[in-house]
Design a protein around this ligand. Structure first.
Ligand code: ADP
Ligand code: ZN
Ligand code: ZN
Length: 740
């Protein structure tokens, strides 16, 4: 089919391929640019697709090619660079391209909604209109008022502003337009974020520490080209100040910047710090916003009106035509990895995006991931360190509390209580960390030993006292609390173990005079409640804070001088080889909440394993020593970052099906060339049954990424043709972060 024009589209569907169509009727070639949407016939219905490229050949038979129905967009929604990144991501994460491309669009545009015309509509005077003297127009006072308003310095006004000044006046406006005195005009979008007056008070920048200055200079030197920096700075070392100075520089150069944070909870704090220092429009994208708010931020970013885009994971795909700097804060955080559907790592894609565009990218953390540390060692990333706290605060002191022979009161040992009491008496804040929400993780029968299990998962139900519920944290099932044991009818049901709800009750008894704030998913479910709690905590409304990892990450509480870690041992013996890394990151992050504003901080850790070697290393040598020890273990075992993994997961209602499919998948692999790739399993998942479905997985590992991907790209397409694949739900997880 030489010289024919064939459109290659990405259309959301479970298929891995692109879809070819002929151009619609009455369309000229110049309207067909990559990145626009088209409406096309698909199966028995219609769908929208994004044009990836125009080609002159197709694998389809000539007669089978259908015509597209019409063009949706006049200009490309996504740039060539955006499309390249998405294509790369689809290939790398082995996810259907159509779904990947559409996941980068705001929901309304995915459904075929029109791209709104940029800016705001309004009116200006025509040449004739400018010659009119409003003072002469006594018999038409409303027309005169409009002429007067439009005749100001600004040369016209947006409609909404005109209405604000003069009240409803559309009829008069149309009359004037009809006369030819005024004409329509588009105005740029107003500043995206309305600034509060308090935030306009521009904060005075601190004098940089030497380490900060060195870091900034190093990174500035790389502007205009691609380079990855690992900003390895201890907690409260002033990483945010480094970000701010780099953003200033990018803005001065006329560039846009992308700032990624792992969780919604961290956006308000960072946003307000950026706003106080950077007088530009900052767009925000995260899942807590409405569809419309997100779309607005996306459009503003695309038009270059938002100069900084701050967001969680999905913001990595936002179109930023003048992008010149990417910052990823808390780069170690696994929230950057999407855990279902299109399982991408926003951090890794950010690096890829930087490489594609040729711009610097900064990965910041007090507890870098082993992957990034390794990349630093290999010279792929340049490491810049901030080894001391900014503003002269000393790092916190660490103490282990051996609780093997202590009696605990609601999970807290006597000495821990004493230290907390003293801290509160001195007028400082105490933070207790317990990474388990609910009242108690286990409800059991004292008489027969029955334990409340989820009916749909291989897991125990968590007891929630306030809601009087048994709640499965894995599948979300809820059952009313039982009065009697279902096995023996005894009324002696007992709650075992500690959750944050129980801890709060206990602390309220122990410290009746003290105001206590609990921060976990249960207390922050309402929109805005997290922000409210955090700002009250900062304002000093609470003296005692307790919470899960939600409280541990990134927040800045100047008056907390004691951090009590109540139960660490679950992290020491996790099933996953990454448990220890996660545990250390969490401890260091929580500990980083202590003594940030010039006050001495103290961290007290309760444990039944005070001699655990990794724990000892962490205390004696800090995260750096700890990560070095862990790195040696990983190297020895040939685990990531010394190898690369892919996890194929399968699940089904019937027990035998997932393993049957994975067995077939493995057989398929053995028949292909698997050079350099090892296959382990299939095995049942650590939690074999979840939400009523049986689960299993097959692990692939290779020393070289290229071997793994070479194999994957051929194999995964084969998998969808297996008969047994149709009886299970299966997925590919490249660089898996969790094995469950
Ligand atoms: P990080 O992001 O590394 O945890 P922050 O940027 O939050 O650290 O800084 C911790 C505290 O130190 C903040 O209160 C910040 O205002 C302050 N700070 C940062 N840089 C300086 C500096 N050069 N001089 C004095 N104080 C600073
Ligand atoms: Zn019983
Ligand atoms: Zn469950």
């Amino acid at each position: 089919m030489a010289k024919s024009v064939i459109l290659r589209l990405a259309i959301p569907s479970p298929l891995y391929t692109c879809f070819d169509y002929l151009p619609p009727e009455n369309v000229i070639r110049s309207q067909l640019v990559a990145g626009i949407r088209l409406r096309v016939p698909f199966g028995k219905g219609e769908r929208y697709g994004v044009l990836l490229e125009i080609t002159d050949h197709t694998d389809l038979e000539e007669g089978r090619l259908k015509k597209a129905l019409g063009i949706v967009d006049e200009s490309a929604l996504l740039s060539r660079n955006d499309l390249e990144l998405l294509k790369w991501a689809a290939a790398y994460y082995q996810h259907p391209l159509g779904e990947v491309v559409f996941s980068a669009l705001p929901a309304r545009l995915r459904r075929g909604g029109r791209l709104p015309k940029p800016g705001r509509p309004g009116w200006q005077l025509t040449k004739v209109g400018r010659c009119q003297d409003p003072d002469e127009m006594r018999r038409a006072p409303r027309q005169a008022a409009i002429i007067r308003s439009l005749g100001g310095e600004a040369n016209g006004l947006p409609s909404d502003q005109l209405i604000r000044e003069l009240g409803p006046c559309r009829d008069v406006v149309l009359r004037l337009a009809h006369k030819g005195w005024i004409e329509e005009r588009w105005f740029p979008e107003s500043c995206v974020e309305v600034r509060g007056s308090e935030e306009l008070a521009v904060a005075v920048p601190p004098k940089l520490t030497n380490a900060q200055r060195a870091a900034i200079e190093a990174i500035r030197g790389a502007f205009g080209g691609f380079e990855v920096f690992l900003l390895d700075g201890i907690t409260a070392s002033g990483k945010t100040e480094v970000y701010i100075r780099l953003l200033e520089q990018a803005l001065t150069l006329g560039k846009q910047a992308l700032v990624l944070v792992p969780e919604i909870g961290l956006t308000p704090q960072l946003l307000s710090r950026l706003r106080r220092r950077l007088p530009v429009s900052i767009g925000v994208i995260h899942s807590g916003l409405s569809e419309r708010e997100r779309e607005r931020a996306w459009l503003n970013a695309r038009r270059g009106e938002a100069r900084i885009l701050l967001g969680t994971r999905s913001a990595v795909f936002a179109p930023l035509p003048e992008l010149g700097l990417i910052l990823v804060d808390e780069e170690h955080d696994i929230s950057f990895k999407q855990q279902d559907g299109f399982r991408y790592s926003a951090r890794d894609l950010a690096v890829m995006r930087g490489q594609q565009l040729g711009c610097p990218i900064v990965l910041g953390s007090a507890t870098p991931s082993l992957e990034s540390i390794r990349n630093g060692e290999l010279g792929r990333y340049r490491v810049v360190r901030l080894p001391e706290r900014a503003g002269g605060a000393a790092p916190p002191r660490f103490d282990l509390l051996d609780i093997r022979s202590s009696r605990l009161e609601s999970g807290i040992s006597r000495p821990m209580l004493e230290i907390a009491r003293e801290t509160l008496q001195d007028g400082n804040q105490v933070l207790f960390f317990l990474n388990r929400r609910g009242f108690a993780p286990v409800l059991t029968c004292h008489d027969c030993g029955w334990v409340a299990q989820c009916r749909r998962c291989d897991a125990r139900m968590t007891y929630h006292l306030m809601e009087r519920l048994l709640w499965c944290h894995h599948c979300g099932s809820k059952y009313p609390l039982l009065e009697r044991c279902p096995e023996c009818q005894s009324g002696a049901l007992k709650a075992l173990g500690q959750g944050t709800e129980r801890l709060q009750n206990a602390l309220e008894q122990l410290f009746p005079e003290t105001r206590i704030a609990r921060v976990d998913r249960d207390t922050t479910r309402r929109k805005g409640s997290m922000e409210g709690l955090l700002s009250n905590i900062k304002a000093g409304a609470y003296s005692l804070l307790l919470g899960t990892q939600m409280l541990a990450k990134g927040h800045h509480f100047p008056n907390v001088t004691l951090v009590g870690i109540l139960d660490l041992d679950q992290g020491l013996f996790g099933a996953d080889y990454r448990s220890a890394e996660r545990m250390a990151q969490l401890i260091v992050q929580v500990a980083g909440r202590a003594g940030r504003a010039g006050k001495a901080g103290r961290v007290v850790v309760q444990t039944r394993h005070p001699d655990h070697p990794l724990l000892q290393t962490l205390l004696r040598e800090g995260y750096r020593g700890f990560s070095a020890a862990l790195m040696a273990e990983r190297s020895e075992a040939g685990l990531p970052p010394f190898s690369y993994q892919v996890l194929i997961r399968a699940e089904a209602n019937r027990e035998a099906l997932p393993l049957a499919f994975l067995d077939d998948a493995k057989k398929e692999a053995v028949e292909m060339e698997t050079k350099g790739v090892e296959l382990w399993g299939p095995v049942p998942a650590p939690m074999e049954r979840r939400a009523g479905r049986h689960r299993a997985h097959l692990l692939l590992q290779a020393d070289r990424r290229s071997d793994l991907h070479h194999f994957l790209s051929r194999w995964v397409i084969q998998l969808s043709t297996l008969k047994s694949s149709r009886q299970v739900r299966w997925s590919v997880d490249v660089d898996p972060q969790e094995m469950y």
